[in-house]
Structure formats: structure tokens, C-alpha cells
Design a binder for this molecule. Structure first.
Ligand code: KG4
Ligand code: ZN
Length: 359
């Protein structure tokens, strides 16, 4: 791929944006249960973004990896085709492909990466592997391209909850992370206890509307200043015991209060620690990403606290917080601009470490 005629475009003299012609990057994410593809122009303009959520998992209360891989196989071609159609371009106009290759379910990642490799090979264009979590950080860059760094980023998704100091795009320091469940996982598990289908986060948020967040006293764990780690398993257990005490799943107003109280416990921990992280590292701005960052109560509370403490806040649109191909394309564009690219030996990894090359 290093000799690709199109690949040379990144080496051309810098224009206003650091290059002189429009660059179209196709971003693909198949790391979990969403098949996503997007076309991004010049690292900042989203021409199209298609996300197909796999309904099959709802009946199982969580993602079934084998079903997810199979659904990706069925969805990847139509999703990419729709993304290209939405952008009004042909395959031949794509300049590079960015694909999530870590972290995630290996069988799922393999579908996206194998597809991306085949397409890159047939079009003779560069391919670059992207860290899904870095994609969540880049949602704020897409939302606000002139964002001044450093910033503290709260990444709260179904599999991860982390506080990261972003010194430059591509330069991160982890300040704290969950010791057990991720914030999204807590929403999903508590929703499941209440009979909701997976993923339960949006339904919990809807159900909590109009509820009293102080009605039930749910715990906030590890709330010692200086500790930027999270823990949500105690909250989950407290919810389980409370439900057992109540004898039946709450209904109507009581259900609203219950959900609002649970949501407030998660939001409190996330917001308070994000603001501590900003204060302790003397960083003037906080940003968010990951599926839980779509939660209205979190967004409202973070906005209030940031205003109170004089800290800037960037809340990317909800569709950029949840999994999508646009943020993957944005990371890919930044990597390619720095001259980085992967060859057809690109592999996948379940964890965040750079994916191992095949032997
Ligand atoms: O980042 P994401 O789309 O996928 C992963 O990388 O995991 O995050 C999905 C998680 C799920 O746990 C889902 O329930 C949660 O984000 N989520 C929400 C909301 N929307 C999605 N949690 C709370 N409120 C929401 N509105
Ligand atoms: Zn995600």
C-alpha cells in the first residue's frame, strides 16, 4: 500500500488545512453491536453516517458475540453502500479507509477489518486501524474543530468508563477508569432487572423523566477527592437489593422516581469526577464521548457544574457520542495526515493495545 498513487496525496504540499485537496475518508466500525460507516471530507465535514443497530440482541439482554459477527456480515455491504450513496460518491472516489481494529469483540472486529482490507486492496488506497476509544474522544473535535487543548475527556460507553487528559490529538493520559462495570453496563444491567430490553440506557433515561432523583438513596462509590476511578457494581447491587425489598418491580410514578434516582447516582459520579479531573490537572475544558454521553441528565448536569466552576464544556451531538463511523474516519484522517498507515497485515485486538501483527 505504501506505493499507492492515491496514498501519495498525503505527502503533497500543505494547503490551508495542511493539504491542498479534498480528502475523503471512509470510516467503518464493527466493534460491538452496531454496524457503522461514514464518509468524512477533510477530517471535519460529515458527508454521510449510517448506523445499523442489531436488534437481535435485545431478546438476550446483552450482546451475543456470534450473532453480532453474523449480523455484521449481513449488514456491512448495505451499510457501506448507503454511506457512499448518502455522500453522493462512488467507491473510486474514496481516498482512504479508517477501520476500528481495537478494542472490541474479536469476531466483530474481524468482519470490519477484513472488509476494509479487501476494499482498500481493490481500490489501491491506504487503510489505517483505529482505536475505538480514540474515536469517542474525536467526537468533540468533530463537534468543535477549533477546540483548544488540553481538555479532560470523559469516555462513558457500554464497555469502558475513563477520564482521559487530552494534551494533543493523539496524546492522551488516563487519569481514571472504572474498577468494575462501565457506566453503560450499569444502565443496561439495571434496565434488564426492570424488564427492559438491551441496550437499556435510552429507555432508562426516558423512564426517569419527571421522576424525583432524590426519592431513593442509591450509593455513589469511591467519592474521595483525588480518586478519579469509578465503581458501579455496588450501585447495581444496591438496586438489586432494593428491588428485592420492594417485592415487585415499581410502576408508574414510583418507577420514574426509581429510575431517576439510579440515573442521578451514575451521573453524580461521572460529573463530580470529571470536574475534579479538570481542577486537579488545571485543564480549562471538559468534553465527553461514548454512548452514555448521549444521556440528557448527564449533559445537563455537566453543563451546570461547568458553568458554576467556570470550566468550558463541549457536548458533541448525541449521534456522535454513540458508536458511529464518522468519529473513526476523523481519527483515521488525523493518523493519515501524520503519515501513519497500516498495510494489509493489519490485525485486530480485543484490548486497547496496538493490535498484534500476524506472525
Ligand atoms: O459507545 P457506545 O455506543 O457503544 C460502546 O462502545 O459500548 O455505548 C453504548 C452504551 C450502552 O450501554 C447504552 O445503554 C448506553 O451507551 N447509552 C445510554 C444512552 N444511550 C446509550 N445510557 C444512558 N442514557 C442514554 N441516553
Ligand atoms: Zn463505543
Amino acid at each position: 500500500m505504501g506505493t499507492s498513487k492515491r496514498g501519495l496525496r498525503w505527502a503533497e504540499p500543505a494547503g490551508v488545512l495542511g493539504r491542498d485537496i479534498e480528502m475523503l475518508v471512509l470510516g467503518i466500525d464493527t466493534s460491538c453491536d452496531e454496524t457503522a460507516a461514514a464518509v468524512l471530507s477533510d477530517g471535519r465535514t460529515i458527508l454521510s453516517s449510517i448506523v445499523a443497530s442489531q436488534a437481535i440482541h435485545s431478546q438476550f439482554g446483552g450482546v451475543v458475540p456470534e450473532y453480532a459477527s453474523r449480523a455484521h456480515m449481513q449488514l456491512i455491504v448495505p451499510v457501506v453502500t448507503q454511506a457512499l450513496e448518502g455522500a453522493g460518491i462512488e467507491h473510486g472516489q474514496i481516498d482512504a479507509i479508517a477501520v476500528t481494529n481495537r478494542p472490541g469483540l474479536v469476531g466483530c472486529l474481524l468482519v470490519g477489518v477484513s472488509f476494509a482490507k479487501a476494499l482498500a486492496y481493490s481500490l489501491d488506497i491506504p487503510i489505517v486501524g483505529v482505536d475505538h476509544m480514540e474515536g469517542h474522544v474525536f467526537a468533540s473535535r468533530l463537534a468543535q474543530p477549533d477546540l483548544r487543548l488540553p481538555a479532560v475527556c470523559l469516555i462513558a460507553s457500554g464497555g469502558h468508563t475513563e477520564l482521559v487528559r487530552v494534551d494533543a490529538w493523539g496524546e492522551y493520559e488516563t487519569l481514571g477508569r472504572t474498577r468494575d462495570d462501565a457506566a453503560g453496563e450499569a444502565f443496561d444491567k439495571v434496565g434488564k432487572m426492570l424488564g427492559m430490553t438491551y441496550p437499556a440506557g435510552p429507555e432508562v433515561e426516558r423512564g426517569a423523566q419527571g421522576g424525583d432523583p432524590t426519592a431513593f438513596a442509591f450509593p455513589r462509590a469511591m467519592m474521595r477527592r483525588g480518586n478519579l476511578d469509578f465503581s458501579f457494581s455496588g450501585l447495581k447491587t444496591a438496586v438489586r437489593y432494593k428491588l428485592a425489598d420492594m417485592g415487585a418491580v415499581p410502576r408508574d410514578d414510583e418507577l420514574k422516581d426509581f429510575l431517576a434516582s439510579f440515573q442521578a447516582a451514575v451521573v453524580d459520579a461521572l460529573v463530580i469526577k470529571t470536574m475534579w479531573a479538570a481542577a486537579e490537572s488545571g485543564v480549562p475544558t471538559v468534553v465527553i464521548g461514548g454512548g452514555v454521553a448521549a444521556n440528557g441528565a448527564l449533559r445537563e448536569r455537566l453543563t451546570e457544574e461547568a458553568a458554576r466552576l467556570g470550566v468550558g464544556v463541549v457536548l458533541p451531538p448525541r449521534e456522535l457520542c454513540t458508536d458511529n463511523g464518522a468519529v473513526i474516519a476523523a481519527v483515521g484522517d488525523a493518523l493519515l495526515t501524520r503519515g501513519q498507515r497500516d498495510g494489509l497485515a493489519l490485525s485486530v485486538s480485543a484490548s486497547r493495545e496496538t493490535a498484534a501483527r500476524p506472525l
